[in-house]
Design a protein around this ligand. Structure first.
Ligand code: SF4
Length: 377
């Protein structure tokens, strides 16, 4: 089982907190699409003959390019890879791009899951985040998508910003539940280095996120969505029964994936590679048939660290048997010894050799997993 990620690097405008690679213009799309097409054929053997079970159009804003372009990309992927008939095919869409016509066109192109960048239903938050849609538009876009058959639907929320009071956050979640949104991804706002938000906060031109508020909103998020039947299956992801993101779950379970487009990452079990940033750089290297990515072969300790970091964030947890089989007795007893401290502090739970984070432990997931890491060899 394997997946393909396609990075579509265009946005209408650049949100100040965002550190994904994208440009605030669609001018280069005609230069980009042929290069992406070429990269698809150059990389068609990367995943061997594994069946492709998930495809994911991310970005950037994939909903910004014409549905006919999505259609052509999908056709080429189908011609180059063994795509399962039941594959999950997700498109990230911003609320301002969602219309009846676009929904129908995406559906006809084969998209069967949407991930909508709502972030908040509250206009003050959207303004703070530099988003160009309104809360009303966000709500309407979700309703339209559900009415037009996209019942595999995810919505992204951000919390922890100074404009978002606890009651406004509760309202956001209540609205999401009342709309019967089957999948919710929620992220604490962080100020990433080199973003416009980071620069403005440093110059005291804007107020940054507050860690304590974010922590208390995260607790509320877990408690409220849990009480409404959502499964907290990954630190930032919640879903109604069975409505997991198959694509993201496959990353978290260590399946192989190919990333296409500038800045996209790939993993084949042995090495990971990442494509160059910059549309011109990417297109000129791909068109010339020159290497457009860097590769790193993972050492055993890197693979162990990656496994612990990712698996511990999920409901499926970290398996001691898996560590033994993949990395040997030494790393397994190292993990068990260190994890015992977190069992005593009740930040972790163990059941039949599977270690997961408790509700409290989820607040410190990054710190706990890094404490369980092996030194690089
Ligand atoms: S957050 Fe999304 S829409 Fe905003 S700049 Fe980043 S990729 Fe584009």
């Amino acid at each position: 089982m394997a997946g393909i990620y396609l990075h579509i690097p265009f946005c209408k405008s650049k949100c100040p907190y965002c550190n994904f690679f994208s440009v605030a213009s669609i001018k280069a799309v005609e230069e980009f699409l042929p290069a992406l097409k070429k990269e698809i054929s150059l990389q068609q053997y990367y995943l061997g003959n594994q069946k492709i079970e998930t495809l994911y159009f991310g970005g950037g804003t994939p909903s910004l390019i014409k549905p006919s372009a999505i259609n052509r990309i999908l056709e080429q992927i189908q011609n180059s890879f063994a795509v399962e008939k039941t594959a999950e095919i997700t498109l990230e869409a911003n609320p301002d791009d969602i219309t009846v016509a676009s929904l129908e066109a995406w559906h006809n192109a084969g998209i069967n899951r949407l991930s909508i960048g709502v972030q908040s239903f509250n206009d003050a938050d959207l303004k703070y985040l530099g988003r160009i849609h309104s809360g009303a538009q966000a709500e309407k876009s979700v309703q339209l998508a559900l009415e037009h058959g996209f019942n595999h639907l995810s919505v992204d929320f951000i919390y922890g910003m100074p404009t978002l009071s606890d009651s406004a956050f509760a309202d956001n979640l209540e609205k999401a539940v009342s709309l019967q949104i089957p999948h919710i991804s929620a992220y604490a706002l962080t100020t990433e280095p080199k973003t416009a938000m980071d620069a403005m906060i440093r110059k005291q031109q804007m107020q940054g996120p507050d860690e304590e508020t974010a922590a208390s909103q995260f607790r509320y998020l877990m408690q409220y969505l849990g009480s409404r039947g959502y499964e907290h299956y990954e630190i930032s992801n919640f879903c109604l029964p069975g409505k997991y993101s198959r694509h993201n779950s496959s990353y978290w379970k260590g399946d192989h994936y190919l990333g296409l487009g500038p800045s996209a990452h790939s993993f084949n079990g042995i090495s990971r590679q990442w494509n160059v940033n910059g549309i011109s750089r990417y297109t000129s290297l791909v068109n010339a048939g020159e290497s457009h990515f860097e590769t790193e072969v993972l050492s055993p300790s890197q693979r162990y660290n990656e496994y612990v970091m990712v698996s511990l964030r999920t409901i499926w947890g970290t398996s001691l048997d898996h560590i033994k089989q993949e990395f040997g007795e030494g790393p397994a007893s190292y993990f068990k010894d260190l994890a015992s401290h977190f069992l005593i502090s009740k930040d972790m739970i163990e059941h039949d050799g599977i270690f997961t984070l408790s509700e409290n432990g989820k607040l410190f997931a990054d710190k706990i997993s890094s404490d369980l890491f092996l030194d690089n060899d």
